[in-house]
Design a protein around this ligand. Sequence first.
Ligand code: GRF
Length: 215
Amino acid sequence: MTRRKTAILISGRGSNMGALISAAMQPEYPAEIALVLSNRPDAPGLERAADLGIATAVVDHKEFSGDRQAFERQVDAVLKDHRIEFVALAGFMRILTPFLVGAWSNRMINIHPALLPSFKGLATHERALEEGVKLHGATVHFVSAEMDDGPIIIQGAVPVLDTDTPDTLAARVLEVEHKIYPKALALVAAGKARVAGTRVTGGECDAEPADLVWP
Ligand code: GRF
């Protein structure tokens, strides 16, 4: 089996990164985490990755003084140096230009803490509570030019409880994230989940039937 060389791009703590690295430690997992790259030199996830024996790199966006494309060209060069085939964004807090999105078209995936297309952007858990939705969750999708958009690979759902705060909801969604992201990367790396127009064939829904009806 070919293990596809994958880079994870992070900006922060990297808990999803950790879940992907753990999954990829299984010999039969179809992706190998060959690089963790951060735009922030102080991202705690970098140390965690290095401790786990993964190559790390920093491309500090602040050194490119607002020139997003120059920053992305450097990111792209580092990815190519490491012979990366797939990219998984995991809390990578940069808005991407069409340059990087185009360069990695159908080979770059992202995780978002909401059931897209609802609640794009930030503060998803606060907004889900404000709107009173009864189901919330997380989405892994291919990256397209629009932020938090692109063909959906997997969604995982959790019920929203009357007693939830943004923090308790975030914690339950994060558990789902750690489950669905490794599944999604495996489907993509193995060529099972593929883009077909605006949709993905071979994707999954990750929810217990009991989660789908509430209360
Ligand atoms: C996650 O909630 C992810 O869905 C979002 O950013 C957060 C990153 O968390 N894109 P972590 O760094 O993976 O812990």
